[in-house]
Ligand binder design. Structure first.
Ligand code: SF4
Length: 364
């Protein structure tokens, strides 16, 4: 892999140190930081406020961007999916979801994923590599530039969700560094309060996250109300079973701010985890642990060759009403970008071949 230092993965103070090590004044580091993150430039040649000979030196030693956009897909609902490649040619996928109040960017923390959730297409890739901080930040820059133009102001503000490919808590350090870089008001200025990290249940990292003062929100993918079923659907459950996971959630609850709840994601698989009895089991489980949480019900996004179908809408509603009758706040998540394989659990570096061409507009 090309080892040129990726400057998008450095904080402003690290960039200052870097330029000083080259004998340049500190303000050059601040200029580069603003060019990368506020102006969202992806090459040194575009940074014409830097002297030409300094830009040449930067091109020799470092790089402003590493991800190459290979494909872009636009869904009939406005969602965009980007299939990118890292310097070492590994797939990275990012999804931009326009919404009325705020846009959401769903980013990946790993290329592929080592966990083997049975309902998730990404799992079929296995782990290719954990992404670096700069590769995480760059996904956001690419999506914003594509949606609004290079460096253009975003009209609605941006929420980030770490629910793309990978288990974010297995990329804990690069993820936290990326969040720090993105929070800088002199750059992208997307604060952790605008970010949600979704985990399959890496218990020690739930506790660690709770101790971080400026932390993102937490979501936990549950998918089953019993250990027996969760062992099958999410093998990570064998390492950290439900009781341990929910005890960690209870601990995390102490760090919640007023009005903040954490979220359980519950993918709904037809005939597998969506019965009335399972709704009661789920409500009882959460109530037993006395958790200040809400449950997002996510109808499964079908993806060949996964052997699951989405729960029919009436049964989703029935499941929701049983949860609510037992005092559990529940919401149904509307699927976005299904037609371009951009929905939850569908990211697996798919190209167009088996998609409906009527719905697909490749815009690369
Ligand atoms: S659902 Fe998330 S954690 Fe599970 S295999 Fe897919 S990407 Fe990995």
């Amino acid at each position: 892999m090309n080892q040129a230092l990726h400057l998008t993965g450095l904080t402003e103070s690290e960039l200052v140190e870097f330029v000083e090590s080259l004998g340049e004044p500190a303000y050059r580091g601040r200029q580069i930081f603003a060019s990368l993150h506020a102006r969202r430039l992806r090459s040194f040649d575009e940074m014409t406020d830097l002297p030409k000979n300094f830009r040449e030196k930067l091109n020799e030693l470092a790089t402003a961007s590493t991800l190459k956009v290979e494909e872009r897909y636009l869904s009939s609902d406005g969602t965009r999916r980007y299939l990118m490649k890292t310097r070492d040619n590994l797939p990275v996928e990012t999804v931009f979801i326009p919404e009325e109040r705020r846009d959401t960017i769903c980013f990946s923390s790993q290329s592929g994923c080592p966990l083997q959730c049975d309902f998730c297409l990404t799992a079929r890739l296995g782990l290719l590599r954990t992404l670096m901080a700069g590769e995480i930040v760059e996904q956001i820059i690419v999506a914003l530039n594509d949606a609004y133009g290079v460096g253009e102001r975003t009209p609605r503000g941006t929420n980030l969700v770490a629910v793309g490919a990978g288990e974010p808590f297995l990329a804990f350090e690069p993820l936290m560094k990326a969040l720090k870089i993105m929070a800088d008001p002199k750059g992208l200025h997307i604060v952790p309060n605008r970010v949600t990290v979704s985990t399959a249940g890496v218990v020690p990292k739930i506790i660690e996250l709770a101790r971080i003062p400026e932390r993102p929100h937490l979501a936990i993918s549950l998918a089953a109300p019993t250990d027996e079923l969760r062992d099958q659907l999410m093998p990570i459950n064998k390492r950290w079973p439900l009781d341990e996971l929910l005890t960690a959630c209870k601990e995390f609850e102490k760090s919640l701010r007023p009005g903040e709840r954490f979220t359980f994601e519950y993918v709904m698989l037809d005939g597998v985890n969506d019965s009335e009895e399972q709704a009661r089991q789920l409500a009882n489980l959460l109530n037993r642990h006395d958790l200040r949480a809400k449950v997002n019900l996510i109808p499964h996004n079908p993806a060949e060759p996964l052997p699951y179908r989405p729960t029919p809408p009436e049964r989703v509603e029935r499941f929701k009403s049983i949860l609510e009758s037992k005092g559990v706040h529940a919401f149904v998540r509307r699927p976005r970008g299904r037609d371009i394989y951009a929905a939850c659990g569908q990211l697996a570096a798919r190209r167009t071949t088996n998609l409906n061409e009527q719905l697909l507009h490749k815009i690369a």
